[in-house]
Design a protein around this ligand. Structure first.
Ligand SMILES: [Zn+2]
Length: 269
């Protein structure tokens, strides 16, 4: 599942290609035919990412909404279109460029009002300048749920997926099962700032690197494969900081990784 950094990169790239342009929209496999007809030959005003949701403003309250989910994928290229293949849900083009979308969880046209209702249900996004971290911090501080679950809950904080969850908690030295309400607000604000920095660099580099050079077995040059993360996908391997064995546990359907020594469990009464 793509994390927020990738969605924001898609939004920037597609805005660069299409913002302010009148675009052709069609739906080769027919599943989005009615939606495409509402948007075809209209000017696309802006493309915006909020967490894992993309919104394309076509004016007159018409908002194309896309959520890639687990299987959704974009492709892009220069015109002409390639031969349509597979379950091709949506194409957008100008005379110069095209994008194709396959397999999204959501691809629909929303009114301004239903867009606003959807946005009201999702938590602040560390990649947005207008995000208010206090909303996320307050939600976490009111919950007995484990911080490892809260970080992935898109109504608490949006855009964080499994890699960032694991790595942010390691960098904050927080045990993933620690209840949200036991974590000091200051530690959560620090975690938010770390999320802003890590996700911004993930967006620019198109690669998620969370290890500090000095902590890697090979500290000079670009992070080598196997040294880009502290705990994510490192089950049974030695922690770069303490040498202890990285643990893995299935948790709410996703894999949770942590270092038991660097992220000790805190007993909460
Ligand atoms: Zn460790």
């Amino acid at each position: 599942m793509p994390e927020g950094n990738e969605l924001h990169r898609h939004a920037l790239r597609q805005a660069e290609l299409f913002s302010g342009r009148t675009v052709t929209v069609d739906a080769p496999n027919g599943r989005f035919a009615d939606g495409a007809a509402l948007l075809n030959n209209r000017k696309l005003r802006s493309v915006d990412a909020f967490g894992k949701h993309l919104f394309y403003d076509f004016g007159r309250g018409r908002q194309l909404h896309i959520h890639l989910g687990l299987y959704g994928k974009f492709r892009e290229g220069e015109m002409p279109y390639p031969e349509p293949k597979g379950a091709l849900r949506l194409r957008i083009s100008t005379p110069e460029h095209w994008i194709e979308l396959r397999g999204p969880t959501a691809c629909d046209v929303l009114t301004q009002k239903s867009r606003d209702q959807l946005l009201a249900r999702i938590g602040p996004d560390p990649l947005r300048d207008d995000a208010d971290p206090r909303v996320a911090v307050n939600r976490i501080r009111k919950s007995r749920s484990p911080i490892g679950a809260l970080l992935m809950d898109q109504s608490v904080l949006s855009g964080v997926g499994n890699i960032y969850r694991a790595e942010l908690l390691f960098r904050a030295r927080l045990h993933p099962l620690r209840p949200g309400l036991s974590i000091p607000a200051k530690a959560l604000h620090t975690l938010w700032k770390d999320a802003v920095d890590l996700m911004h660099s993930g967006m620019i580099d198109r690669r998620i690197v969370t290890t500090q050079p000095a902590d890697r077995p090979h500290p000079t040059g670009k992070a080598r494969s196997g040294e880009t993360h502290y705990v994510y996908r490192r089950k049974g391997l030695p922690c770069f900081l303490c040498g202890g064995e990285i643990q893995l546990k299935a948790f709410v359907g996703r894999k949770l990784y942590w270092c038991p020594a660097c992220q000790p469990e805190v007993k909460v009464s």
